[in-house]
Ligand binder design. Structure first.
Ligand SMILES: [Zn+2]
Length: 46
């Protein structure tokens, strides 16, 4: 079973709108946080 999880903003610790699946491998992508209202380059390691 594949679990979807939301990425948590590393700045404010709130959930972003970006959802990832466990079988998705993301190394670097642009994270947008609606609470911080800014985009950040962000490293996520699966
Ligand atoms: Zn944030």
């Amino acid at each position: 079973m594949i679990e979807e999880k939301r990425i948590i903003c590393p700045v404010c610790q709130s959930k972003t709108r970006i959802e990832i699946r466990e079988d998705t491998k993301l190394e670097t992508f642009t994270l947008f946080c609606p609470k911080c209202n800014k985009k950040d380059k962000f490293m996520y390691n699966t």
